[in-house]
Design a binder for this molecule. Structure first.
Ligand code: ATP
Ligand code: MG
Ligand code: MG
Ligand code: MG
Length: 561
């Protein structure tokens, strides 16, 4: 590509509203432009980088056995009603009505659409397992879009969905995707860390996030200095052992309080059976497999009352669907197990789920009759939510360190959270109908572009890794003599013939301007042709950011390949 034909609108100054370096550099180097809040144009250089990221993702996904498809961005809202997620997803879901008054929304994620497809197409266990993925624009009406491509409203995501006959197959694919993500982020040249994650509004049991390490990251991640343990702090909270102090305070209680589900339900004015299912669903993250202590918090935004119920019988409990959970409008939170090994966990957003912690299902370890506000102060509750550097590791007791991360991917073992309400069923080997189990796996493709820049830049501009650079090589013609242009034109042709994506800076500009631009947009390899060298049959050859050396013009093409 000739530079003079290339649309690269670079800027002299850093735009005032760009806070993080990736946002500043992508604007300055002519990669992106803002259309409206959280919505961007990807200019030609950005699109080249995006395509390279996508190519690596596609290669690794196909290698892992996944198949690409493309689903629509517009989704009928009915599907979200059916899955039970409509109310819960909140205003991030952009909804609208078409001319026939059909309610639609812009897809922030595609569990509903793919389950709808599978509910019609899946028949037999012979079709399973199956992993389908797409690379597509998502829309989330983020409350605070910021940092350019890092948190947009419209952004590019790779999302994959796998379907299985049983949970063993699901967990095998979960590990396969975990390894695939590791390979993808390795190939992109990133410093990253996989961490245990909360399952958030998506639901399910197991989840890991992949974080690119960067001070500008919006997430805080905890990792142990002695073992492999690493978790998003949102999640690490629920595993923290510090609440022993709170437990001790509670242990002094004399009031017996309410100890059965029925009593709590009556107190809270809700249906006992539904309450039980809700609590257990929430406490176990939708994958209940043991007895646990749970409690209910009723109120609007305020935590009002917490009552503990102990040692529930696992067999007696059915999972509540999300619709059922929604129907208990008054319950705005829950408390997890309190025990010697199990922390008190309080969540007022009805969003988070708890992991079962060792000891949580032992009858004699639990406290009853706890009343938050009376027995534990609000201040203590807030305190419990923060994991700090220097805390003990919940796995080995080692020291926890904190760092900042940019979430670039997440994998979820969803289980039957969506397949059940969406009726994704198949005939098993015995000819019986069974609900399929499911996983989902996302990568923030456009966010990755920003995350790479956060890690790969210097004072001169963006320092793309070779595999991502919009052009791996820039050929710079110094001066405007015919001889230089002719010789450069010849090398340009040879490079192209050799299959090298080269940017030829044949502009009538001063050398200083050309070098500054080459550094700013971040081309890794530079070949420079000037009058003086030409007379001796040499070109300058070097990597961005380091000194160039003279090489024979005849060797240049071979060296660039
Ligand atoms: P976040 O916690 O940053 O809001 P998320 O957990 O809501 O992200 P997921 O639902 O896990 O996001 O979506 C999969 C991936 O999509 C994320 O890991 C992230 O890389 C990317 N992503 C999510 N929201 C955005 C956004 N607003 N802009 C750009 N990329 C995003
Ligand atoms: Mg989000
Ligand atoms: Mg997240
Ligand atoms: Mg996530």
């Amino acid at each position: 590509m000739r530079y003079s034909n290339c649309f690269v609108p670079t800027l002299r100054d850093v735009p005032a509203d760009a806070e993080v370096i990736s946002h500043q550099l992508l604007l300055r180097a002519g990669y992106i432009r803002r259309v409206t809040s959280g919505v961007y144009d990807y200019l030609p250089l950005a699109l080249r980088v995006l395509r390279r990221i996508e190519a690596i993702i596609r290669e690794e996904m196909e290698r892992a056995g996944a198949q690409e498809l493309l689903m629509p961005m517009v989704q009928p809202t009915e599907l979200w009603e059916k899955s039970g997620r409509l109310a819960k997803y909140g205003p991030e879901l952009l909804r609208f009505e078409d001319r026939h008054a059909h309610q639609s929304c812009l897809g922030p994620t595609h569990e509903e659409v793919i389950c709808d497809l599978m509910s019609r197409e899946l028949r037999s266990y012979k079709q399973l397992p199956l992993n389908l993925y797409q690379i597509q624009n998502k829309f989330r009406d983020e409350i605070r879009p910021r940092f350019g491509l890092m948190r947009g409203r419209e952004f590019v995501m790779k999302d994959a969905y796998s379907f299985h006959a049983d949970d063993e197959s699901l967990m095998a694919e979960y590990r396969n995707m975990f390894d695939t993500y590791t390979r993808i982020f390795d190939r992109l040249g990133l410093r990253f860390r996989p961490v245990e994650a909360d399952t958030g509004s998506i639901g399910g049991s197991d989840s890991h996030e992949f974080h690119v390490l960067a001070d500008s990251g919006e997430d805080v991640i905890a990792h142990c200095e002695s073992c492999e343990y690493a978790a998003n702090v949102e999640k690490a909270i629920s595993l923290r052992s510090a609440p022993v102090a709170a437990s001790a305070a509670v242990a002094e209680l004399e009031t017996p309080g309410l100890t059965s589900v029925e009593e709590v339900a009556e107190f809270a004015g809700v249906d006992a059976a539904q309450l039980l299912k809700t609590l257990v669903y929430r406490v176990s993250g939708g994958a209940f497999d043991g007895a646990v202590v749970a409690a209910c918090v009723r109120g609007d935004d305020q935590l009002q009352t917490v009552k503990l119920i102990h040692a529930l019988d696992a067999d007696a409990v059915e999972m509540a669907s999300d619709a059922e959970i929604e129907s208990i409008g008054g319950v705005t939170g829950f408390v997890g197990p309190i025990g010697l090994n199990a922390p008190l966990y309080i969540d007022s957003g009805l969003e988070h789920a708890l992991d079962l912690v060792a000891g949580a299902n032992r009858r004699d370890l639990h406290l009853t009759g706890v009343d938050v506000g009376r027995d534990i102060s609000g201040a203590q509750l807030v305190d419990l939510r923060e994991t700090r550097a220097g805390d003990g590791c919940p796995r080995c007791g080692g020291t926890i360190a904190l760092s900042r991360g940019i979430e670039v991917g997440q994998v979820f073992a969803l289980g039957r959270r969506y397949t059940e309400p969406m009726e994704v069923v198949f005939q098993n080997q015995q000819g019986k109908r069974e609900v399929a189990t499911m996983g989902c796996y996302g990568i923030g493709v456009s966010r990755l572009m920003a995350a790479v820049v956060e890690q790969c830049h210097d004072d001169g501009g963006i320092a793309w890794p070779d595999v991502l650079a919009p052009f791996p090589v820039i050929l710079v013609s110094m001066g405007k003599s015919d001889a230089v242009l002719e010789a450069s034109g010849e090398i340009y042709k040879q490079l192209q013939t050799a299959g090298i994506d080269v940017l030829w800076d044949e502009r009538n500009e001063r050398p200083g301007v050309k070098f500054k631009d080459a550094e700013l947009i971040g081309i890794p390899l530079q070949i420079v042709i000037g009058d003086r060298g030409l007379k001796e049959g040499v070109a300058e050859f070097g990597r961005r950011g380091s000194d160039r050396r003279e090489v024979a013009i005849a060797d240049v093409v071979a060296m660039a390949t």
